[in-house]
Design a protein around this ligand. Sequence first.
Ligand code: URA
Ligand code: CA
Length: 441
Amino acid sequence: MRMYDLIMKKRNGNELTTEEINFFISGYTKGSIPDYQVSALLMAIYFQKMNERETTNLTMAMVNSGETINLSKIKGIKVDKHSTGGVGDTTTLIVGPIVAAAGVPVAKMSGRGLGHTGGTIDKLESFEGFSTSMSIEKFMKDVNETKIAIGGQTADLAPADKMLYSLRDVTATVDNISLIASSIMSKKIASGADAIVLDIKTGSGAFMKNEDDAFELAREMVEIGTNVGRKTIGVITDMDQPLGYAVGNSLEVEEAIDTLKGEGPKDLTELCLTLGSHMLVLGEKAKNVDEAREILKDIIKSGKGLQKLRELVVAQGGNPSFVDDQSMFKVPSIVEDILSNYEGYVKAIKADAIGIAALNLGAGRETKESIIDLSVGVVLHKKIGDFVKKGETIATIYANSEEKQKTSTKMVLDAYEIVKEKTNPKPLIKGIVTRDGIIKF
Ligand code: URA
Ligand code: CA
């Protein structure tokens, strides 16, 4: 088999066979096929697309390019959750504990993430002493005993995806739905989940700016999961403004604690109840999403969700006092309110611009080597539909440098659109995609 022939075949709009896809992925992982040929094939795939069978084959070839995690020693149905990424998204820190408290084992592999803020692992490191490096034995023991563990993704999980993703990043081939779907699903499948709930974001702060594309991405991921025997559900959610109020690592952890106390932002709470309900149904701890939602609301009300977070922090070496005394989180040297120059209703908040303001403060990584400042970020006070008076606080900046404070303040002000007429925020949950079809709300 020659890579040249595969490139030409795809360039001309033909399907690649299962053997050809396996050949290309295994050759690339071993180093016998060079970057330039793979780049050409990716561009051909970008323009000619792949069908369902090819996308599933590509996913499984990437899964088989490295280790897979065998979670069979964990009792019960392991349900994973994945978000395609947004701004200020703290859901894992809430959904994990409430779902675990309902008895569904949460065996989560998380990443550090390149982006506006850190990944779940970075955020958890706000708890002094918290560590995600542990043996697979301890990981499984923790899940069996406390129903939850959050581990760092090992380098050996779907290595072909890592290589391909880096190449796509520099060859303008990231935003192809089949390539995104296979990339995300390969990691979920390799990390051993029995069932998967996907949160597919759409809007100004998301990968998929366009709602139809988000539904199509969900459909492809659900197809892949179903084809390889993992129950998969996609929930399409709004990311036209940041989720909740806090954008920044420790700030988001504090927001998660508030939400677990039942005092969190409405949108964040709603998203967590929705995603968590689907996880409970897939994990067979509730008959339907309505019953699941009641169970989860009780878990928050009774404090069992917060207790589960405490147990997680203790099990992974962190200081649990932070859960009960939020003054323990490090506060940066500058905490300054941003005042509105206008009066009116908030019509839009460019989520990506708020994300970049947080990144500029040091809340995220510009490159893989960047060191995150866990204490900095932005806390919004006003969201879409809210009324603002001139001179009223619309957001608060947490910074460790005056210069960065200034540039980020300007970015936050520019991200807000304030108008005379009231506009209501778009519905948070836009639809559900299952193997049986698509429901749009
Ligand atoms: N996230 C991934 O893991 N892969 C993609 O291709 C896009 C987003
Ligand atoms: Ca948030």
